[in-house]
Design a protein around this ligand. Sequence first.
Ligand code: RIB
Length: 301
Amino acid sequence: MSKITVIGSISTDFVVTADKRPEVGETITGKEFNTTFGGKGANQAVASARLGGDVYMAGTVGTDIFATELLANLSTNNIHVDYVEPVTHVPSGSAHITIVDGDNSIVYIPGANNAIGTKRIEGLSELIKTSTIVVVQNELPQEVVDQIIEMCYEFSVKVIYNPAPARKVNQSVLEKATYLTPNESEFKLLFPELTISEGLANYPNQLIITMGSKGVYYHDGTSEKQISSYTVTPVDTTGAGDTFNGAFAVALTAGLDLESSIRFGNLAASLSIKKFGAQGGMPSLIEMKESEHYEKTWHIE
Ligand code: RIB
């Protein structure tokens, strides 16, 4: 069976919903407060697992009450958690999210997520080597992300690098990622000197730019391709990119070609934003198959 390894953040999301974002120095009364499960890494792992992926999560949590819940949530979603390590000196990661009109703004506090070091990653070499695909994002220290991508490259293991949240990354690392999945603003930070079309043409079948309701763009080696997103009225867009990446990993490991894998990812992402919470709306494979947009040729079991 294909093995999907996600190395990344595991966090609690503290989410407020309001009619507007406060100005500096302003206090407003919001509508609702909830705690939900998040962290880009954990979100991607859950997205893959709900779609039937055999998912191994590697990361770090604290030893606080949040850690217990975070681990239980991963296990409930049928994710292997043997490679999630508790550390005592920092609290578990958290994200502080404001939602206005279905769109989010986020303050991320790495906490224990940043306690993973290069030594820990060296210890994951067997896990990485035996993976069909590895998924990594930017809520870990960059040197760790670089090392994971280097190791995947060395072991010839496919790696999806979702460079979110945005930050500068060495060119040599970007080139070694099998798939690079920034959104539009992350793309601009990574490649400030390139237009989107130039970037896509420079990294054919590798650079996949997600643009929300405008769809997903890539270059197939001959021409630029746009894969449309599915129209839905969003309740909460938090985690849509994570759902895309997790579903994309499942589709690739199931043997779908790049275009079909992107379409599969798009459908999962569109379903995910119909419900509240980063993981709240992530679809199961059954829910995907119930969608009118599910394509019979996808053959994912
Ligand atoms: O991508 C969404 C996630 O990013 C949230 O769940 C939150 O944890 C943030 O860091």
